[in-house]
Design a protein. Structure first.
Lengths: 249, 440
């Protein structure tokens, strides 16, 4: 099993797995939760992209198609080319949806422009959520890897368009500026994301837990949050936690 | 306060050990010296209160009967459904998400399945889409009827409640006939439906379409013209379009503020763009408008159901792809619902390959190409969005649900601060939150 586990996340194109031209990532052999021998399933020779491959590393080239070019041009006009280049690390168009990967320092500038510019008008913040791209199948977590992602879904009711902004931060420095000043609706969304992923939204008026009890330890939707097993009464056995059970990957 | 002696919890020794008798809250201590404003009263309402629409807790600051501050506390029904889906295969996800907003289970299933289908790059067959529209609109009526019923109960119009639940029972009977269950159906599956409509169900739905308009008229006779009902609802829970959009509020609340924003119209899915229906709106921005919008939406849903019935053409209800479609058809046997006898005969007695295929697909499931999608649909409460991430394996990497109840409930403070405490109940009832969806 080889996995560099470093800054470079495994990548893939929309076309399929194992694309030789895609940035190399970690690979895992087999399709079943047994390593080494014992695999009689016939899938032992299969080589797949590691989990975390969900974040494709490449950037889509212009033209993006549909309204995406119009939105991007309007955004560049609103914030200026220099700011745009500094703020947007890459753009991914996949399955008819556009994702801007944004540096957190420039998040508020972009969101302000997206909401207020006449050609953009993303009035509604549909959703803010988190995703933990911890590499569960690979080696131990490498510090400094931006595994926690904040995903914002913005909706333009005027133009009937949607875009997605994604900000990646490390678990060691999980700070992202809060968009509550721009979209008041983000209040509870950000509290939930803090509660579940431990992402700290700087500038949020009252960043407290919302779903879990106030005195809860840890952030349950992180992928390395320990899951409980269930002891089996009278048999001196335990049903292992779901993430350690024998399972297809 | 010392731990040995608590004036509000006297104790006595018994043979079983020390027994405490708790007598009441200690607000003097909690509020400290801030008693100059002698009128100030902090009322803790819920989480177990018949008027809070489920396990919702409100902390209200009152000056007399005026609410100066309303804080909402949620999380009492958090069940970790989003996390759970990450440890089940893609098909099993349906059975989890259906339990979120339990009054609109089919919307959860459909939103989730549309997201998975978008990730897979497949589309359910035409018949499956038409049946989805059919059951969704039945479900929408049922959900709105519960909204009206609980609205009536919380406003003191108890006949509204009994009538609402009675009418809903007709729909639950239909859904039970179609899906096998009254709630938590797991009927909509990635790629199509669990099974086709059973014989006779179309006729039963048509009978329902005959009856329901009269019942809607009864509702109007019972409630709409009633002076008390009007007095309780009008001007209660005011929130205009600007407030709605800023707070992310969608659904009947937004439409009652005058904006005809309905995802079935503006971003059609399941072929909604080809159906003939209106988006009812009101311009009152208050609980009264929301009530009228919901009533009107019931009529529009009836129109949609009739059209969907007319469009039903024979055909498959699951995608052709054998690598995704569930291998077995369900059927009713002497010992209850299960895999059909022909299928069991085939896999157990005739085809080893069919058995392997069944086993692999049921235990392992199918793989979904890596990527992420956000799929919004119009649930009875507003925009129900599914943000689903796949890492290319047999299980979701992340399922996040943008539940409309969760977002809309944020508007409680904006709707009720500065108003009377009785209007808080009207405001929350008009939001119609479902705590299963709020807390997930």
């Amino acid at each position: 099993m080889s996995n560099d586990g470093g800054e470079v996340l495994p990548g893939r194109t929309e076309a399929g797995y194992g694309d030789a031209t895609a940035p190399s990532g970690g690979f895992r052999k087999g399709a079943f939760g047994v390593t080494g021998s014992g695999d009689t399933s016939g899938f032992g020779g299969l080589v797949r992209v590691e989990p975390g491959g969900a974040v494709a590393l490449h950037s889509t080239e212009r033209p993006y198609g549909g309204y995406f070019d119009e939105v991007t041009d309007a955004l560049i006009e609103a914030v200026g080319q220099a700011t745009y280049d500094a703020a947007v690390q890459r753009v991914l168009v996949d399955r008819g949806e556009i994702t801007y990967f944004v540096a957190r320092e420039h998040l508020l500038t972009l969101v302000h422009a997206l909401r207020d510019d006449d050609a953009l008008r993303f009035e509604l913040c549909s959703s803010v959520s988190g995703v933990d791209y911890l590499d569960s199948g690979g080696p131990a977590v490498t510090p400094g890897r931006p595994r926690l992602h904040v995903v914002l879904h913005l909706t333009s009711m005027t133009y009937r368009r949607r875009v997605r902004l994604e900000v990646a931060v490390t678990a060691e420095d999980p700070h992202v500026p809060s968009v509550t000043g721009i979209y008041p609706t983000a209040d509870w969304h950000e509290r939930e994301t803090f509660d579940m992923f431990g992402i700290v939204f700087d500038g949020h008026p009252a960043l407290t837990r919302i779903l879990m009890p106030d005195d809860w330890d840890g952030h349950p939707q992180r992928k390395d949050y320990p899951l409980g097993g269930v002891p089996v009464e009278y048999h001196d056995a335990t049903i292992p936690p779901p993430d350690t059970r024998r399972a297809y990957r | 306060m010392t731990t040995t002696q608590d004036p509000y919890a006297g104790s006595r020794e018994t043979t079983e050990g020390r027994v405490y008798t708790v007598t009441g809250g200690d607000w003097d201590v909690t509020l400290g010296a801030d008693l100059q404003g002698a009128e100030r009263l902090v009322v803790n309402m819920g989480p177990q209160h018949p008027s809070t629409h489920g396990v919702l807790r409100l902390v209200l600051d009152l000056e007399g009967e005026t609410v100066t501050k309303a804080r909402v506390v949620i999380g009492y029904l958090h069940t970790g459904i989003e996390k759970n889906t990450e440890y089940r295969n893609w098909v099993q996800g349906t059975t989890f998400v259906t339990r979120m907003d339990y009054l609109a289970p089919l919307f959860n299933e459909t939103g989730y399945c549309l997201a998975v289908e978008k990730l897979l790059g497949i589309e359910a067959p035409q018949r499956a889409q038409t049946i989805r529209v059919l059951v969704l609109e039945l479900n929408r009526i049922a959900s709105h009827l519960v909204a009206l019923a609980t609205f009536g109960m919380e406003m003191g119009a108890l006949t509204g409640m009994t009538n609402g639940f009675r009418e809903r029972e007709m729909i639950l009977d239909l859904l039970e006939e179609i899906t096998g269950l009254r709630m938590n159906h797991a009927y909509v599956r990635p790629g199509g439906l669990a099974q086709d409509l059973p014989e006779g169900s179309v006729e039963h739905i048509r009978e329902f379409l005959e009856v329901m308009p009269k019942r809607v008229a009864d509702f109007h006779r019972l409630l709409t013209g009633q002076p008390i009902w009007q007095a309780r609802l009008k001007d209660a829970g005011y929130l205009d379009v600007t407030g709605c959009v800023a707070l992310g509020v969608t659904g009947p609340i937004l439409r009652a503020a005058g904006l005809p924003w309905d995802l079935r119209k503006v971003e059609p899915y399941l072929g909604y763009g080809t159906y003939d229906f209106e988006v009812p709106t009101a311009d009152t921005c208050d609980a009264w408008g929301r009530y009228l919008v919901r009533m009107a939406e019931v009529n529009e849903s009836l129109k949609l159901i009739a059209q969907a019935l007319d469009r039903l053409e024979p055909g498959p209800v699951m995608v052709e792809d054998r690598k995704i479609a569930w291998p077995a058809q369900l059927s009713l046997g002497a010992d209850g619902m299960g895999n059909s006898l022909e299928h069991v005969k085939n896999i157990m007695g005739q085809s080893m390959e069919a058995l392997i295929h069944h086993f692999k697909l049921v235990t392992e499931g199918f793989r979904v190409p890596a990527g992420q999608v956000y799929v919004p649909i119009e649930s009875p409460r507003g925009e129900l969005g599914y943000h689903v991430v796949s890492d290319g394996s047999t299980r979701p990497w992340r399922v996040h649900v943008r539940d409309p109840s969760f977002v809309n409930l944020q508007a409680t403070a904006a709707m009720s601060e500065g108003g009377m405490i009785a209007d808080v109940i009207a405001a929350i009832a008009s939001i119609d939150p479902v705590m299963g969806g709020v807390d997930r």
